[in-house]
Design a protein around this ligand. Structure first.
Ligand code: 5AD
Ligand code: SF4
Length: 469
């Protein structure tokens, strides 16, 4: 990790009314959450958020390094930013450019070399220092990709109540960061570092504040969220299942979700939580990556396809209506037609409500990048089409099976037309309803009447309100 030129001078920013910050996030939900925390840490410095890059004094690109395509996107965006920065300079206005996130962590000073418009490169562990770093970057370009000793979460400011409310009735909360699993294809253990779990008391306090501001649903985030091993206020060890119990006890929190999980960390307590906690939504994103034992071994997943299927059986025994989702990689080095057929068989066996699939992308510095026997691009393309076709059919079948059923819907936002509202079913399906009485934040009983392309339509069942207030 490098830390060239890091300075933390306290020089004040020139005082010329509110400054505007534009944050663009790529990649996972952790980045969406981090983007909000960056806006929160800059707010006391006088920065207000803007939705357009053109009028921003400060542009933050919160990047993703997981696949090559994601990482390259940032450089094409930086080309555009460079032009905007020049135009602003021509008008006598300043624009500071920050690259944050996992590309920043992985590439550090290389970004300054490739992208002349960039003033500051900051890794995910240093967001609490953003105001100082932005100030320092006015004098000289700065790279900060340290893993600092202080815990950024204890330093990051809480957003104001109105700010939380304006972000909606659902919220992300990071409870764990980093990964110790070292799957051979993955950059996360290098970009996000070792597993760290936040203290339970701090998480519960944050969530109570969110609930107080009107948040009804929290999604607990972590690169390996179910590997959570925190301590409570009395210093006792708490597993992820234990954390879920604590979160479920927060008044006002009606729905809990979590992502993303590893099969090896689906322990008994977590599976029991799916049976015992009505707040825990019946949806589980449990990536398996491949259905072939040979490939799972080469990926260092440390479980077999059969282990995974047994876990699914146990989860379904605990919560029979649970909807399942997964990530898949096709074309991992050495993947044969027979290995791919194993993946297809596993998908057929499980029956997913949704799933993401990716072509294997070589990531420099990962063990799999050193493997021979790379799968040709056209074979990857062929396989991903076949897999996505099956997943799409399963997703449609899952949605079609909801038609005629009654499900609770958390109302999240106004719909496209007046009188229409949009929300989510427990199974993470988007649902549109026509209703003039329900308010955002209500949980209402809805009968699903028709499937749409990516969502469902339904009508409210009057007089049937939620059990969880
Ligand atoms: N190539 C393709 N997909 C990848 N993922 C992680 N690393 C790679 C890679 N090198 C996928 C995995 C993971 C998801 C977040 O991204 O499926 O679960
Ligand atoms: Fe990457 Fe594997 Fe860790 Fe998930 S469990 S973040 S795929 S190394």
């Amino acid at each position: 990790m490098q830390n060239d030129d890091t300075a933390t001078s306290g020089a004040a920013l020139p005082d010329a009314g509110p400054k505007k910050v534009f944050v663009k996030s790529y990649g996972c939900q952790m980045n969406v959450y981090d983007a909000q925390r960056m806006a929160d840490v800059l707010a006391p410095e006088g920065y207000v958020e803007t939705a357009t890059m053109e009028d921003a004094d400060l542009v933050v690109l919160n990047t993703c390094h997981i696949r090559e395509k994601a990482a390259e996107k940032v450089y094409s965006e930086l080309g555009r930013v460079r032009t905007l920065k020049r135009e602003r300079k021509g008008r006598g206005e300043e624009m500071q450019v920050v690259v944050a996130g996992c590309v920043a962590q992985a590439e550090g000073a290389e970004i300054l070399r490739r992208a002349p418009a960039v003033d500051l490169v900051v890794g995910p562990q240093s967001y609490h220092r953003l105001p100082d770093l932005v100030r320092a970057a006015r004098d000289a370009r700065v790279v900060d990709t340290e893993f600092p000793v202080e815990d950024k979460f204890s330093v990051l400011p809480q957003p104001a109540r109105e700010k939380v409310r304006s972000r909606g009735v659902t919220a992300f909360v990071t409870v764990q960061e980093g990964c110790d699993k070292f799957c051979t294809f993955c950059v996360v253990p290098y970009t996000r570092g070792a597993e760290v779990s936040r203290p339970v008391g701090a998480i519960v306090t944050d969530i109570a504040k969110l609930a107080d501001a009107g948040v009804r649903e929290v999604s607990l985030l972590g690169q390996n969220v179910n590997a959570f091993h925190g301590v409570d206020e009395k210093g006792r060890a708490v597993t992820f299942g234990g954390l879920l119990q604590r979160v479920a006890a927060v008044p006002g929190i009606a729905r809990i979700r979590y992502t993303t999980s590893h099969p090896r960390d689906m322990d008994e307590e977590l599976i029991a939580a799916h049976r015992d906690l009505p707040q825990l939504m019946p949806y589980l994103h449990l990536p398996v990556q491949s259905g072939s034992d040979r490939i799972l071994d080469a990926m260092n997943r440390r479980h077999t396809a059969d282990d995974y299927l047994r876990i699914i059986e146990r989860v379904r025994a605990a919560r029979p209506d649970i909807a399942l989702s997964s990530d898949f990689i096709v074309g991992f080095p050495g993947e044969t037609d027979a290995d791919f057929a194993d993946t297809m068989r596993l998908v057929e066996t499980v029956g997913y409500a949704a799933a993401f699939s990716f072509k294997y992308s070589t990531r420099p510095g990962t063990p799999a990048a050193e493997l021979g026997d790379q799968v040709p691009e056209e074979v990857k393309t062929e396989r991903i089409h076949v897999l996505q076709d099956l997943i799409m059919r399963q997703q449609r079948a899952f949605n079609a099976a909801t038609v005629g059923r009654r499900v609770e819907v958390l109302i999240e936002k106004p719909g496209r037309h007046p009188g229409q509202l949009g929300g989510k079913s427990p199974y993470l399906q988007a649902v549109h309803i026509e209703d003039r009485d329900a308010r955002i934040g209500d949980i209402v009983m809805v009968e699903i009447t028709a499937p749409g392309t990516n969502s469902l339509y339904g009508s409210r069942v009057p007089g049937m309100e939620t059990a969880i207030a």
